[in-house]
Design a protein around this ligand. Structure first.
Ligand code: SF4
Ligand code: SF4
Length: 108
């Protein structure tokens, strides 16, 4: 199951965050069950439990939302420099594919 998410992750342009920023990691995030398992769980206490000393300790296993934020023209972040911005259409397509993965598993 996580392999299907990883195929989607590959379609998100990489981005560079401004030095020392971890602002988005202080917001509560949403993810799919397979992503939660891949992350090794998630707890929120004013920040993500995987944020340690201002850095994501599970960077290569972070979920979809952590990847697409800052890389899309409709979810941009002023501290973020993506290789390119996903268009609104591309972003909506990726979200549709993202939510359909769980549906396929449960036969919906
Ligand atoms: S998983 Fe990593 S990038 Fe995502 S909120 Fe947590 S610390 Fe931040
Ligand atoms: S995406 Fe934006 S808010 Fe989040 S860490 Fe990067 S620069 Fe900061």
């Amino acid at each position: 199951m996580i392999k299907e998410y990883e195929k989607l992750y590959e379609q998100i342009p990489a981005s560079t965050c401004k030095d020392g920023c971890f602002e988005c990691c202080t917001n509560m995030i949403q993810f799919m069950p397979a992503e939660e398992a891949n992350m090794g769980g998630y707890t929120y206490t004013g920040k993500c439990n995987h944020l340690v000393d201002g850095k994501c300790t599970i960077y290569t296993r972070r979920p979809f939302v952590c990847r697409i934020f800052g890389s899309s023209s409709i979810m941009s972040c002023e501290g973020c420099t993506p290789e390119r911005y996903l268009s609104e259409e591309e972003t909506r397509r990726l979200f549709r594919e993202y939510v359909s993965i769980e549906g396929k598993k449960s036969g919906k």
